[in-house]
Ligand binder design. Sequence first.
Ligand SMILES: [Zn+2]
Length: 275
Amino acid sequence: MPELPEVETVVRQLGGVLPGLGISDVEVLHADLLHEPAISFRKGLRGSQVTSVGRRGKNILIRLSSEGILVINLGMTGQLLFFRKEAEADRVTHPAIRFPLDPSGTLLYADIRRFGTLRRYTAEEWEMESSRLGPEPLSPELTSSMLFDGLSRSRSPIRSWLLDQRKIAGIGNIYAVEALFRAGIHPQRAANSIDEAASKGLLSAIQTVLREAIRARGTTLRDYRTVEGEQGGFAPSLLAYGREDQPCTRCNTSIRRIVFGNRSAFLCPHCQPSE
Ligand SMILES: [Zn+2]
């Protein structure tokens, strides 16, 4: 599932190609991804120009000359691909929404499982929606004392707390598991059991792993692709996620997989004690 580093990669790449291009048409192949009828979605976007591309949490924000914002969430298996030549887009499997661009190029949203969403907002509507999300983990706006304060108010397992987009925006299971491994914190520990020093270490681990993953253009386990259709390069750098029964890189103890909150977590029982 695409998380902050994957979405940031897509946003940076699109930011280099989309601004200044016009949306000449919108071809909706799967209207279930939209929150409005295909006809009004098309009418609302056709003829507008892209002014900038940004990110908030796991959302891709395409700002338009009409002052509206197209917000794309990749869900589980969404891919946002850019093609300079229109014919190249024809080769993509599972296309869902196609945007022919003016004067040339095609932006294509493809999605095998179709848990993604594409939604139009006015600037005011988006501001409201965005205010429901927690702070950006890479922004100086999030300090370790804020994180400690937030954690101290919750008895949830720390991994669940990190996945809650209202607490921090952009972290999903892969980077939560990796950050907890790097910080030496058991994923099931109660958020409010984590002291100030450990909160500081956790924030630093979150920021380090996110930055490293952005540099590698994200993690591809299966479906995630960059805008150019390439896989992200961070998977070999995962130290805990998906490494069940492999030796911990720090102490050689076998990495364990546990399941709670319906999701797998991976941990080193020696480096991440439960108390
Ligand atoms: Zn270990």
